[in-house]
Design a protein around this ligand. Structure first.
Ligand code: PAF
Length: 282
């Protein structure tokens, strides 16, 4: 596996691959790799000649300096995971200056309102930071296909919107949420939880499964009440939000409509760690 540590080295590498006509699959990450990331690479491996990942903790998508500082970083461990996976041909590890040559600030994006829902309300400016880094990485890596996890469903929708609005030549592929055996969605943040708290957090997935059973049986306000009751009983967990939204507009709904796809979205804070999950409703 090639380890590409600057924009210049990456560009030479990409040029050679393009000359050979290689189809490039790309999965950007912020490191702290886990099996969820490997599922992105597996999909990319199936559909491309060459798989590239990036590791870059993007400062502009953190709206809180403490969160940025606490973000787990272990580049040697990540490189080892990538090498042992045999799924990735090259990893790009840029310096801040490779992504932000002048000021480390975001561009401003209009994602047709998707950015104002859910995470956009709790994390102002977050999606401008994500859009900025992903667009720049797309320009540098020039992928044919790019892979993002459905755990961050709103991020996936926003990246699809950016590609559509800016007419970027890349296909965006969503990859289903990778769950631990107990159902907890894998996330780099899970490392910050004690094992017993990780086990207790399976209640998030169990609740989403119940929501799917209740969907179209009782009303959405009744579902919301039941979800609140479940989390009121959990020690050390706060339900930050639970809602059901149209999968396309991400707008919250209190009513079911025919011919629309709906998804439940949840954020729970467990011992100060913010856990996010979602589920398509059948
Ligand atoms: O999902 C992530 O890890 C990040 O938001 C991404 C897409 C790598 C951009 O920094």
């Amino acid at each position: 596996m090639e380890v590409l540590k600057s924009k210049k080295v990456l560009q030479d590498f990409i040029e050679r691959q393009k000359e050979m006509g290689k189809k490039i699959g790309f999965a950007p990450t912020m490191g702290a790799l886990h099996k969820g990331h490997l599922s992105l690479y597996e999909k990319a491996r199936e559909e491309n000649d060459l798989v590239i990942s990036s590791i870059f903790v993007n400062p502009t998508q953190f709206n809180n300096a403490e969160d940025l500082e606490k973000y787990p970083r272990d580049i040697n461990r990540d490189i080892l995971i990538l090498e042992n996976s045999h799924l990735v041909d090259a990893v790009y590890i840029p310096e801040v200056v490779d992504i932000y040559p002048e000021k480390t600030v975001s561009q401003h994006y209009d994602f047709d309102g998707l950015e104002n829902e859910m995470e956009g309300k709790s994390r102002p400016g977050h999606f401008d930071g994500v859009g900025t880094v992903v667009e720049e990485l797309f320009h540098q890596v020039k992928p044919d296909n790019a892979y993002f996890g459905e755990k961050d469903f709103q991020q996936l929708a926003i990246i699809k919107k950016m590609v559509e609005k800016k007419k970027l030549l890349v296909n965006i592929k969503g990859v289903p949420i990778y769950r631990a055996e107990n159902g907890l969605a894998l996330s780099s943040r899970n490392q910050r939880l004690h094992e017993d708290r990780r086990e207790a957090s399976k209640v998030i997935y169990e609740t989403l499964k119940k929501v799917n059973e209740w969907f179209r049986v009782i009303t959405i306000p009744e579902i919301k009440e039941r979800v609140q009751d479940i989390f009121d009983e959990q020690k050390g967990m706060q339900l930050e939000y639970f809602l059901i939204a149209d999968e396309e507009t991400l707008k919250e709904t209190d009513f079911f409509y025919k011919d629309k796809n709906f998804r439940a979205f949840i954020v729970v804070v467990v011992d100060g760690v913010r856990l996010i999950d979602n589920m398509h409703l059948d």
